[in-house]
Write a protein that binds this ligand. Structure first.
Ligand SMILES: Cc1ncc(COP(=O)(O)O)c(C=O)c1O
Length: 427
């Protein structure tokens, strides 16, 4: 094993990290292992995980049941091509997803990452209208402050101005945007709140294949929680104007907001649903795009009679087997009670931040806690402070946020929030 210093130097010289640069002076911390909610750094320090590896590790790390699922599947095969072949883990997982998601969703396309699941959803919507002899319906309508991934299609429906993708704007497909919903979670959606969306939809319905939204929680585009009533009205309008509704539950899916899927807050179902992140309990990369039978059969019955997408690692058996085990763990647990308890402790623990001058707002929904600051943070100086305080938190822009694994104990969560309060107090 190389020394810590060597590891850091090699990493810095040769390895890209998310939204980072090589040979930059941002700190990255080598990790030796992770167990439960504890991340063990190579230098011996231990951190309480407040991020669930970006919404995914809901059962924590190194879970014996998930480890066993991987080991068992390895005895059969780690991968097999999905063109012309199929396997039990994929079939079982598809059935399970169909069972737990809203009823009209009957078919499952397995993709390799969240961004790809979004690409697949967009292509499905466009191909659907092509088969209906309405090829002019190929644009997407969405709201500002959204985030749907880093590939080109996903970038084209993510916030056009918040900096993450604006550099590429001239090369992206031109989509339609309206303002992000300003009615908040728990509030009604007034006629005024939905007017811009409704007018844009009405005016461009002949060009719009689908509306795409993150339901209830806008994640990386601002960690905003919006009105379930807004989402309900969006659903009604999509039906009224003959436009498909794609919901991106890649971040919100699998219990994070207090419902198994965030669309349940509005009691609606989409025509196409994207899942990812926590699907495998954060063990490996797998995502899924679910669609109604009507969409699937239209694609089958239209020209060219097949859906035009098929990745090499589609329905990877190791990932499918792990996802099945992760779902069983979740569904057999009192997850809703657990998430409610986390919600209460996040509220209580982060509340003191409301009094600090640097803080604009503190908001909590389910197992998501957000501290919005007045000014953008300097990640370079702030990240080491969280690490010194013994917690793993990865802020961005004006947001410091927590989304701990569901297995976090009350004590660990109190330690986590107390550390965050101390760091924020000294900003
Ligand atoms: C709502 C949403 N959609 C899509 C994605 C992209 O997923 P991935 O990073 O797995 O490509 C993300 C990732 O953060 C997300 O939060």
């Amino acid at each position: 094993m190389q020394s810590l210093d060597t590891l850091n130097k090699l990493d810095q010289k040769h390895v890209w990290h998310p939204y980072s640069a090589v040979q930059a002076d941002y700190p990255v911390y080598p990790v030796k292992s992770a167990h439960g909610v504890t991340i063990n750094l190579t230098d011996g320090r231990q951190l309480i995980d407040g991020m669930s590896s970006w919404w995914s590790a809901i059962h924590g790390y190194n879970h014996p049941i998930l480890n066993q699922a991987v080991t068992d599947q390895l005895q059969n095969m780690s991968h097999i091509m999905f063109g012309g072949l199929t396997h039990q883990p994929a079939i079982d997982l598809a059935l399970q997803l169909v069972e737990i998601t809203p009823e009209p969703l009957q078919t499952v396309f397995f993709a390799d990452s969240g961004s790809v699941a979004v690409e697949v959803a967009m292509k499905m919507a466009i191909q659907y209208w092509h088969t209906k002899n309405q090829p002019s319906k190929k644009q997407l309508l969405t709201v500002r402050n959204g985030y749907h991934g880093d590939t080109f299609g996903a970038m084209s429906v993510s916030d056009p101005e918040n900096g993450m993708h604006s550099l590429f704007s001239s090369t992206l497909s031109q989509q339609l945007f309206v303002d992000a919903p300003c009615c908040r979670f728990g509030e009604p959606c007034t006629t005024e709140d939905i007017t811009q969306f409704k007018e844009t939809l009405a005016q461009h319905q002949q060009q719009i294949a689908a509306v795409i939204l993150e339901p209830i929680v806008q994640g990386a585009g601002g960690m905003r929680f919006y009105s379930a009533d807004y989402l309900r009205q969006v659903r009604e309008l999509c039906t009224q104007y003959d436009v498909l509704l794609i919901l991106d539950e890649i971040a919100t899916g699998f219990g994070r907001t207090g419902k198994l899927f965030a669309c349940e807050h509005a009691q609606i179902s989409p025509d196409i649903l994207c899942l990812g992140k926590a699907l495998t309990g954060g063990y490996m990369t797998l995502a899924a795009t679910l669609a109604t039978e009507e969409i699937a059969l239209s694609i089958r019955d239209g020209e060219p009679g097949i859906f035009m997408h098929g990745p090499t690692f589609m329905a990877n058996p190791l990932a499918c087997a792990t996802a099945l085990a992760s779902l069983k763990l979740l569904l057999d647990s009192p997850w809703q009670k657990t998430v409610n308890n986390i919600e209460g402790l996040l509220q209580k623990g982060l509340n003191p931040c409301k009094d600090f001058s640097a803080v604009k707002e503190v908001r909590v929904l389910g197992a998501i806690g957000v501290i919005e600051l007045h000014d953008a943070i300097d990640i370079k100086s702030l990240q080491p402070k969280f690490v010194e305080a013994g917690v793993w938190v990865r802020p961005f822009n004006k947001l410091i946020y927590l989304m701990p694994p569901f297995i976090i104990s009350d004590n660990e969560l109190e330690t986590l929030t107390a550390a965050v309060v101390t760091v924020v107090k000294n900003l």
